[in-house]
Ligand binder design. Structure first.
Ligand SMILES: Cc1cc2nc3c(=O)[nH]c(=O)nc-3n(C[C@H](O)[C@H](O)[C@H](O)COP(=O)(O)OP(=O)(O)OC[C@H]3O[C@@H](n4cnc5c(N)ncnc54)[C@H](O)[C@@H]3O)c2cc1C
Length: 372
């Protein structure tokens, strides 16, 4: 696998070593028959442990499912960081090791030899849980040919993935700016609650950076569709019924779906895709707050990207071209500038948060918008 100019990895065929067997094309999940249409049961859930939910992207359903598999003597393959802050697929065999997998990293992860390791461990009879993007899950299943009973796959509703190269650019820019090595990053830290997406970055010198998609160039690139892989704009894996066992996603519209008040701490939406998924979900039910919900209702309210690919920003190519030779903040400045007004709003948000007035300000903003 080698990076292209945008920093996305693509397979390279060594012509002198290729025996032309066609196997790589056969196992490629693109163009394979889609998952069959099926009834999918939906739920809104939250993990019982508030501290875990605080550090999870939405309601912590991943931890509930993964810790059960580990409790059964199995292992979990999920996404964390390596020593250089690259986003990589890792294996956890203890619940403590799940901590670094919590938190969505909006970057395409390095899989390395994960599929080969999974195949070997499955053949040895180990119980495994793999969590990945819909394309990674379908890629693994296609590589394995037949899904064995000791493998459970969880995918999520995926907006898209920015390139590992762009992320490396961001890490380098931030380390220079803060004069210290980056030691942690959370793309959706609940600093101002679940509904405000905040990037939190920690440095070795004890400093931290907090920035929303308004002022953080990496988050802005992600949410404004400047950065996703080209194939994410026409994703091949968008549908309700998937080949995974469970699909998880956010539940932003908790109040409109349930009629109950939203405490801004986060709930996860869940779609049960298979019998195996249903069994695992039942096994962890007592560790979750569970509200049954129609799959269609969840999709309509929260997960439009179950079906739809995000539309690339018309300035995407310009942004990536600039980011090849400039730090990401400069590339952003030249493509879609972060203004003094953006910084001012961000500061006011911090002050309002300290005074406990963020929710009130949001409600007022909505009211004003509606009255205009
Ligand atoms: C790139 C990406 C895009 C997403 N887009 C959407 C969206 O548009 N709408 C929506 O509703 N939800 C989206 N999600 C899913 C959402 O962020 C949560 O994963 C989901 O709500 C489950 O919440 P949780 O609290 O259980 O997650 P957490 O406890 O935070 O667990 C996160 C899980 O995601 C896995 N993960 C993290 N980063 C990556 C990565 N780069 N590649 C593969 N796996 C990863 C981890 O291994 C872990 O299993 C996206 C997630 C990612 C990673």
């Amino acid at each position: 696998m080698a990076p292209d100019a945008e920093g996305f990895l693509y397979p390279q065929i060594l012509a002198d070593k290729c025996v032309d067997c066609g196997l790589c094309e056969k196992v490629c999940p693109i163009g394979k028959p889609k998952a069959e249409k099926k009834d999918v049961q939906g739920y809104i859930v939250r993990y019982y442990d508030a501290a875990i939910v605080e550090h999870s992207t939405s309601g912590g359903v991943f931890t509930a499912l993964a810790s059960h598999v580990i409790g059964q003597g199995g292992a979990v393959y999920g996404t964390g960081y390596d020593a250089n802050m690259r986003v990589v697929c890792k294996k956890a065999t203890t619940v403590e090791e799940l901590a670094e997998m919590r938190g969505s990293k909006f970057v395409q992860s390095h899989l390395g030899d994960t599929f080969r390791r999974i195949k070997r461990e499955l053949a040895e009879g180990k119980k495994l849980l793999f969590v990945g993007t819909p394309c990674q899950v379908e890629g693994l299943l296609s590589y394995l040919r037949k899904k064995p009973d000791n493998l459970i796959c969880i995918d999520f509703v995926c907006r898209g993935v920015p390139s590992p190269g762009l992320w490396a650019n961001y890490v380098q820019m931030m380390e220079k700016k803060f004069g210290s090595k980056m030691v942690g990053a959370r793309f959706k830290h609940k600093t101002y609650g679940y509904h405000a997406t905040t990037m939190k970055v920690d440095f070795e010198n004890g400093k931290s950076w907090y920035g929303s998609g308004r002022v953080d160039p990496m988050m802005k690139a992600f949410v404004s569709e400047l950065a996703s892989r080209p194939s994410c704009g026409a994703c091949n894996f968008k549908q309700l019924g998937r080949k995974s066992d469970i699909t998880m996603f956010d539940c932003y519209e908790f109040t409109s779906v349930t009629g109950m008040p939203d405490d801004n701490k986060g709930y996860s939406s869940v779609l049960i895709q298979s019998e195996q998924g249903a069994e695992l979900f039942e096994a962890v039910r007592d560790r979750l707050t569970v509200i049954p919900a129609q799959a269609d209702q969840l999709v309509k309210a929260n997960g439009i990207m179950v079906y739809r690919s995000a539309k690339p920003n018309p300035k995407r190519e310009q942004f990536y071209r600039l980011a090849q030779s400039e730090p990401i903040d400069v590339a952003m400045e030249k493509t879609s500038p972060i203004t003094a007004k953006d910084h001012a709003i961000e500061k006011v948000k911090g002050v309002l948060h300290k005074a406990g007035l963020v929710q009130l300000a949001k409600k007022m903003k909505k009211k004003i918008k509606r009255s205009l």
